[in-house]
Design a protein around this ligand. Structure first.
Ligand SMILES: NC(=O)c1ccc[n+]([C@@H]2O[C@H](COP(=O)([O-])OP(=O)(O)OC[C@H]3O[C@@H](n4cnc5c(N)ncnc54)[C@H](OP(=O)(O)O)[C@@H]3O)[C@@H](O)[C@H]2O)c1
Length: 327
C-alpha cells in the first residue's frame, strides 16, 4: 500500500481507503463489516469513512461495533465522519452547519462510533444560510476540545473553501485541510478545473468518493440491474437513472477492450485512473463483499500500466461531462 500526505498535513493516508455509504446497515451487518474492514486493514488501508446521515446514524453504529471487535490500536487507523444533513426533520437540525447543530452532531457521532475523537470531521455539504465564519469557529472549537483532530469540507465549491480558509487564517483558527468530492471517470470537471487552485495554492487534500460511480464502472449494469446491487435497494431508485443511462453504458462498454489489453478488470482500470491523479490523497472505496474489495485493491498494480498512451485512449472515451449528480 502506498501512503500519501493528506494535503499539507503531516498525516499520511493509504491511497485506497474504505467507506460505508449505502452499504453498512443496508447491505452489511456488523459481522460482514468486521470482515470487510479487516480485509482492508490487512491490505494496509488506514482510513475509514462514515457520515452521520448514512443509514440515519446506523452506519456509524455498525462501524463503531466493528471497530470495538477489531480492537485495533487507535494510532493505527484514521476514522472520519461527516455532518450536515442531520437526523431529524426539524428546524436547526437539518441541512445546516450552525454551531448548535455541529456540536450536538459530533457528540452524537462519537457516541455511535464509540470513540473519543474522529480524525477528520467533514462538513458534508455547504450551508448557504449559516455564515461560514460561524461554522469555522465551531469546527475550530470541536478540534480544540479534542473531539476531532482535523476538519474538512465535502461537496463545497472552491470559493466557499477559500473563504473558510481565509476566515480561519484571519482569526488564527484551525482551517479545513481537505475536501471530499466525487471523482470518477464520469464526474471530473469540478475536481480537475474548479479545485485546481485549491491544490496548487493551498495544498488542500482530497479524499474522493464513488470511484466506480456506485458500481457502474465495474460493468455490472451493462446487462440490466442485478438483484443484489445497490441500485435495487429501496430508497435508491434515483440511482437507476444513472445506471441505465445509455451514453454512460456505452462508455463503460468502450472501456472493456482497454481493461482486457491491460489484463485487469474494469473496476481496476477505473480506480487506477483515479490514483494517477497526484492531487488525490486517497480514493475511498465502497464494497459489499470481500471479493469486491480484493479486486478493487488490486487497482494499485494497474497504475503503472496506465501509460500516457492508455490515458489518452481513456480520455477519448470519457470526455468531461457536466457534474450533475454531486450530492
Ligand atoms: N462525501 C460524500 O458526499 C460522499 C458521497 C458518496 C460516497 N462517499 C464516500 O465514498 C465511499 C465510496 O463511495 P461508493 O460506495 O459510492 O463507491 P463506488 O466504488 O463508486 O461504489 C461501491 C459499490 O459498487 C459495487 N462494487 C464495488 N466494487 C465492485 C466490484 N469489484 N464488482 C462489482 N461490484 C462492485 C458495490 O455495490 P453493490 O454490491 O451493491 O453493487 C459497492 O458497494 C462511501 O462509502 C463514502 O464513504 C462520500
Amino acid at each position: 500500500m502506498n501512503y500519501r500526505h493528506l494535503g499539507r498535513t503531516g498525516i499520511r493516508v493509504s491511497e485506497l481507503s474504505f467507506g460505508s455509504w449505502v452499504t453498512f446497515k443496508n447491505q452489511v451487518d456488523v459481522d460482514a463489516a468486521v470482515e470487510l474492514m479487516a480485509a482492508a486493514y490487512d491490505a494496509g488501508v488506514n482510513f475509514f469513512d462514515n457520515a452521520e446521515v448514512y443509514a440515519l446514524g446506523k452506519s456509524e453504529e455498525v462501524m463503531g461495533a466493528a471497530l470495538k471487535r477489531l480492537k485495533w490500536r487507535r494510532g493505527s487507523y484514521l476514522l472520519t465522519t461527516k455532518v450536515y444533513w442531520g437526523l431529524h426533520d426539524h428546524v436547526n437540525e437539518k441541512d445546516t452547519l450552525n454551531r448548535k447543530r455541529l456540536i450536538e452532531a459530533i457528540n452524537g457521532s462519537l457516541a455511535r462510533l464509540q470513540h473519543e475523537y474522529v480524525d477528520v470531521l467533514y462538513c458534508h455539504y455547504a450551508d448557504k444560510s449559516t455564515p461560514i465564519e460561524e461554522t469555522v469557529w465551531a469546527m475550530h472549537n470541536i478540534i480544540e476540545w479534542g473531539k476531532a483532530l482535523y476538519w474538512g469540507t465535502s461537496n463545497w465549491n472552491a470559493d466557499e473553501i477559500v473563504s473558510a480558509i481565509s476566515i480561519a487564517e484571519r482569526h488564527h483558527l484551525h482551517k479545513p485541510i481537505t475536501e471530499q468530492p466525487q471523482y470518477n471517470l464520469f464526474v471530473r470537471e469540478r475536481f480537475e478545473k474548479e479545485y485546481a487552485r485549491l491544490f496548487q495554492d493551498y495544498g488542500y487534500g482530497s479524499t474522493t468518493w464513488s470511484p466506480l460511480a456506485s458500481g457502474m464502472l465495474t460493468g455490472k449494469y451493462l446487462k440490466g440491474i442485478p438483484k443484489d446491487s445497490r441500485a435495487n435497494l429501496k430508497g435508491y431508485q434515483w440511482l437507476q437513472k444513472n445506471v441505465k443511462d445509455k451514453g454512460r453504458l456505452a462508455k463503460v462498454r468502450a472501456l472493456q477492450p482497454i481493461a482486457k489489453e491491460l489484463g485487469c478488470t474494469l473496476s481496476q482500470v477505473a480506480i487506477a485512473w483515479c490514483l494517477k491523479n497526484p492531487n488525490i490523497s486517497t480514493v475511498i472505496l465502497g464494497a459489499t463483499r470481500e471479493e469486491q474489495l480484493h479486486e478493487n485493491l488490486g487497482a494499485q498494480k494497474v497504475v503503472t500500466k496506465l501509460t500516457p498512451k492508455v490515458m489518452e485512449k481513456i480520455d477519448r472515451i470519457f470526455g468531461i461531462e457536466k457534474d450533475e449528480d454531486d450530492d
